[in-house]
Write a protein that binds this ligand. Sequence first.
Ligand code: GLU
Length: 448
Amino acid sequence: MPDRYCLDPFIDALKNRAPGEDAFHQAVRDVARDIIPVINDTPAYQDACLLERLTEPDRMMSFRVAWERDDGSIAVNRAYRVQFNGAIGPYKGGLRFHPSVTPSVLKFLGFEQTFKNALTGLPMGGAKGGSDFDPSGCSDAEIERFCQAMMMELHRHIGPDRDVPAGDINVGAREIGYLFGAYRRITGDYQGVLTGKGLSYGGSEMRIEATGYGLIYFLREMLRQTDGDLDGQTIVISGAGNVATYAAEKAIALGSKVVALSDSTGAVLDKDGFTDEKLAWVRDLKSGSGGSLEDYADAFSADWKAGQTPWGIDCDIALPCAAQNEMDEDAARQLLNNGCRAIAEGANMPLTAGAKDFVRDSDRLFGPAKAANAGGVAVSGLEIWQNRRRRSAEEDDIAEALEGLMSDIHARCAEEGERKDGHIDYARGVNVAGFKTVADAMVAQGIG
Ligand code: GLU
């Protein structure tokens, strides 16, 4: 009979096995605290050594990407693909281009993706990839050459039945187009090997909006549990990319007032509230020169908070949609003290461990990323299905499917996360529901 798991010794052993990988340790601890009691109560899980197996990626590729800058000089970057867990379907997860990309960050993202994908109910394993390449300041031609050089190696590891990457931070429709074109030319095969493609070559309706819209659908379900809705709520959002701006758009459509967005240079407070036109302006700003939101403050006479996050602004709801660990415990405390009633995560792991413990221990609503931002990968799952049929679905059908998927995800989390006092601990719900799906598949498939 194997020993019962204990959280601290397990995390100490993980730290020995994967030294210095702080983000990965943080993500594993978050899940392990909730699933250890389930494993200890289930002999089949305990016997299968599941916790150790689930926290070791199936495999991880690291490779050199050498490419030519416009001035003729050669640049060298490092790229990765982490295929984390393939028990329930071909690997699936985004590619991120950012100087902060390290094995630790990709392992945390691939680990979380495994649970997130399982929760969608679609057959997708968990993966993540990317490069330490910094696209800021690069010309379009440089981005194209980087993507082609990256695919020169990546194509060996992916395929419609093996691994289907998509976008993530700094990887959008343009980059997916260059990556897809390179894959097709290298292999000679026209296959649905990436999602987030353009509509003219196999992409899905709603993929760009899906993560942001899905976040708001999940939030709406959470609010319904307490007889609330989005009408008349004041919302602050961090970030200014697709997740943030499409979450804002959907929240506004459902009657909320969105008063803040942010980027790496600061936060903008628009007391009149954002509108669809203002959000389109922000998207233009970010897709073009990648300018600062300070320009927005100038253009629309809004308040500019240089170098700050939006968490000091009074609100009913806060949506962190920028990057990992962007909200610390002090910021979370300030938000709740100021009356914020709900926090839902649009980015992956945007709350530090301290902030998350603080919010989970409170009586406020908390929507964890693995559930709340699953709309993006869920529509990716629908894109895979459309590619298999070689037929695209109508926008209305995808929109309806996204709402249904988010409501099912909410129901799965609520079922596993309901406490005796009636409060729903969604963080526990997502961890336990995602775990059970993957664990049952692993047990059924034997040791490996
Ligand atoms: N990068 C997104 C995520 O974090 C989407 C992944 C995908 O569509 O494969 O879930």
